[in-house]
Design a protein around this ligand. Structure first.
Ligand code: IPM
Ligand code: MG
Length: 372
């Protein structure tokens, strides 16, 4: 298969983790005889520095002309700490999502057997957790009209949803549930918000088309509690933009590190793949950023194009790296010198040689991704 992939690695640790994902995709292309072409373009704070615009026109055009987008991270403390900044890196990501119509953000959350002790939650609570979060991505309070009174004392953000916006992502969530444990939980705040009541109405109607799927409802405050009390109860979570943002960061605690969570943002024409973590400026350039979320996002990219065998090899490589503790310090108590690129090297090696990937652990600090 031939794929043109736009690479928007962005800010902070974005470039270093995205680099590992590209390495892994190149190894897949080699082993499975595909042709992946990568073209880079700036986005976020780095794009503001270069052009004044967090999403330059050339970057958007490249994305529109590509088959898929591999995204790194955006954000910079100099904007976070300045609430009056007119131009912000995040605007680049939001505009990209909206312009490309990426209305569904899919975030898988899984408790890896080998990492059960890494989560602050008890092993018996998280063991067996396997959730797929379907977060609406181009509507709601993120995109409603924003106002600040002239004297700067009153602000508002409008939360708006239409039936169509709810239906299109709900269909995807129900279809996903059909090939999983056949349960959809709609997370909302229907006891207070009109938009949430519309979500309940529309999703309840639509559920009739999927009689094999059980539909359940939870208020978001309760859902936040259930997520850490009993995460195994969830299969597919369907929710609006802001609730999905919050719930998915919370859910990342189950896996033991936010550095493991990948995501796909899909629309009718375009698709983008990105780790859910941010730009982690404190770690930039230190080689400590976990590249697995970015590498698993690359696997989601392959799945999007039906390349399941290829994606499974990447996932197996990730499992192997976790099993053998070839991981960055966020997951590694014993060794703090396994760098971002060593993890990438290991998974790359695994793709070339999946059967013989027993790492000679004593040698990894020598910079040899040694296979014995
Ligand atoms: C995410 C991020 C973004 C969001 C930010 C960077 C705008 O937190 O993808 O979850 O809020 O959607
Ligand atoms: Mg977020």
């Amino acid at each position: 298969m031939k794929l043109n992939i736009a690479v928007l690695s962005g800010d902070g640790i974005g470039p270093e983790v995205t680099h590992q994902a590209i390495k892994v995709l190149k190894a897949i292309a080699q082993e499975f005889d595909h042709s992946f072409r990568f073209k880079e373009a700036p986005v976020g704070a780095i794009a503001i520095d270069q052009t004044g615009n967090p999403l330059p026109d050339d970057t958007l055009q490249l994305c529109e002309a590509s088959d898929a987008i591999l995204f790194g991270a955006i954000g910079d403390p100099k904007y976070d700490n300045n609430p009056s900044a007119k131009v912000r890196p995040e605007q680049g990501l939001l505009k990209l999502r909206k312009s490309l119509g990426l209305y569904a953000n899919i975030r898988p959350v899984k408790a890896y057997e080998t990492l059960l002790d890494k989560s602050p939650l008890k092993e018996n609570v998280i063991k067996g957790t396997d959730i797929s979060i379907y977060r609406e991505l181009t509507g709601g309070i993120y995109f409603g009209e924003k106002q600040l009174s002239e004297d700067g004392q009153v602000a508002s953000d409008l939360c708006e949803y239409s039936r169509e916006e709810i239906e299109r992502i709900a269909h995807l969530a129900f279809k996903a549930a059909q090939s999983r444990k056949k349960k959809v939980t709609l997370v909302d705040k229907a006891n207070v918000l009109e938009t949430s009541r519309l979500w309940r109405k529309v999703v309840t109607e639509l559920a009739k088309d999927y009689p094999d799927v059980e539909l359940d409802f939870l208020f978001v405050d309760n859902a936040a509690m259930q997520m850490i009390l009993n995460p195994k109860q969830f299969d597919v979570i369907l929710t609006e933009n802001l609730f999905g943002d919050v719930i998915s960061d919370e859910a990342s605690v189950i896996g033991g590190s936010i550095g493991l969570l990948a995501s796909a943002s899909v629309g009718n024409k375009h698709a983008m793949f990105e780790p859910i973590h941010g730009s982690y400026p404190e770690a930039t350039g230190k080689g400590i950023a976990n590249p697995i979320a970015s590498i698993l996002s690359a696997a989601m990219l392959l799945e999007h194009f039906g390349l399941y065998k290829e994606a499974n090899v990447i996932k197996a490589g990730v499992e192997k790296s976790l099993q053998l503790h070839v991981t960055t310090p966020d997951l590694n108590d014993n060794f703090d010198h396994i760098t971002t690129s060593k993890v990438g090297d290991f998974i790359e090696d695994f793709i070339h040689n999946p059967k013989d990937s027993n790492l000679n652990f004593t040698n990894i600090h020598l910079g040899q991704s040694t296979i014995i």
